[in-house]
Ligand binder design. Structure first.
Ligand SMILES: Nc1ncnc2c1ncn2[C@@H]1O[C@H](COP(=O)(O)OP(=O)(O)OP(=O)(O)O)[C@@H](O)[C@H]1O
Ligand SMILES: [Mg+2]
Length: 362
């Protein structure tokens, strides 16, 4: 494994993505309100039927045996509910939870200190588990399998390893990139849940639930409008809901209807499909300046006045996921759906060979 992979990038560094209303990473305000909006048990957790049902079985069986639950790995994109689910696991098991993250564990000793202070049955939530150091990871293997760690005392030839028994605990690991986990680590989890993006009706349920908690009045169509622009992500849905609530308070009677939601999100430049200004700038350049491509990433980035990394890691993943843009060996190309979304006509469909010129007028 190449640990340079763990260097901050546009996708993981909140500085670049922070000011985006449709960014999936948590911003300061999210962090403040998320605790209040988090579902507290599996019944309240919306969607993810498969993961929820499987996890329910794992936890019920462990409870029935009076045992500690197996280690659980949760993988999925930011904002889909990994942290929320880890807290639910602890709550369902009636166990305390300890929260830490891969980057916070620099040395194996840091991990040894945490592990040796766990209570029996405690849930250890290790966020961004793919960003742990190699020595800590190796210590974790043994802790997960044998509930034992070797604490090394001293240095050099005189160093001795003192084995330390651990109480049984449940490790819940979360990662946005399951593919980066070394197989020996992945194999030590008894259950792996892969979180999918949410369908619009599920996001509508998230929005109604949050609106209730925030004491905001919203009708079914208002919730549907916000859901459609939330990029399959509950965190974004909750954030858009708060911005629409602001708009409804100031510009309307406080009630969120489809018209209010749609006007508010137009003001915030989040379009009907959840694209924001950056996404649309990338698509517009690709279509209008380069006839839909193929065009190289660097050229595209210069055309929109952004860093290469911003285009590649912040804008493109969602455009690709939505089937609006494709990455090919020859460069980026727009799909027919991209032309349709921006209301433009692809060159080959233009009458009388209007060619590229016509595109600039569009
Ligand atoms: N299934 C769900 N039902 C209701 N709300 C949800 C659900 N999943 C997530 N949320 C809401 O979305 C917000 C973000 O969820 P959470 O912090 O668990 O995401 P995450 O996967 O841990 O993200 P990250 O990768 O950034 O750590 C929370 O405030 C939570 O209220
Ligand atoms: Mg999280």
């Amino acid at each position: 494994m190449n640990w340079d992979d763990t260097a901050p990038s546009a996708a993981t560094d909140p500085a670049l993505a922070a000011d985006r209303l449709v960014g999936a990473a948590a911003d300061g305000e999210d962090t403040a309100v998320e605790a209040a909006l988090r579902p507290k048990d599996l019944g309240e957790f919306v969607g993810q039927e498969r993961v929820r049902e499987q996890l329910d079985l794992v936890l019920r069986a462990a409870r029935a045996r009076g045992a500690t639950a197996d280690h659980v790995l949760l993988s999925g994109a930011p904002g889909l509910g990994k942290t929320t689910l880890s807290m639910i696991i602890a709550a369902e098991m009636g166990a305390p939870i300890r929260i830490t993250s891969g980057p916070a564990i620099q040395h194996a000793g840091d991990l040894a200190a945490i592990l040796s202070s766990l209570q029996e049955g405690e849930v250890l939530f290790l966020d961004e588990i793919h960003r742990m150091s190699r020595p800590a990871e190796e210590m974790l293997y043994m802790a997960m399998e044998d509930f034992r760690v070797d604490v090394v005392v001293g240095k050099g030839p005189g160093a001795t390893a003192i084995p330390l028994e651990l109480p049984p605990f449940t490790l819940v690991g979360a990662t946005t990139r399951a593919g980066l986990l070394p197989p020996p680590l992945r194999d030590r989890f008894g259950f792996t849940g892969h979180m999918e993006f949410y369908a619009p009706p599920e996001l509508e349920r998230v929005i109604h639930r949050s609106a209730g908690l925030l004491d905001v009045e919203i009708d079914a169509e208002g919730a549907a409008e916000i859901a459609g622009r939330s990029r399959g992500t509950p965190r974004i849905a909750n954030r858009l809901l708060r911005r629409v609530r602001d708009y409804a308070q100031v510009k309307a009677d406080g009630v969120i209807t489809r018209a209010t939601a749609s006007r508010a999100l137009d003001v915030y430049e989040v379009d009907a499909r959840g694209l924001d200004r950056l996404d649309r700038a990338v698509l517009t350049a690709l279509l209008k300046l380069f006839g839909g491509g193929p065009v190289g990433l660097s050229t595209l980035a210069v055309a929109v006045g952004e860093e290469r990394e911003t285009v590649e890691e912040v804008a493109e993943p969602f455009l690709v996921r939505e089937g609006l843009l494709a990455r090919t060996p020859r460069g980026r190309i727009a799909t027919p759906a991209a032309w349709a979304h921006l209301g433009l006509v692809p060159p080959q469909q233009q009458a009388g060979g209007a060619g590229q010129q016509g595109l600039f007028g569009a």
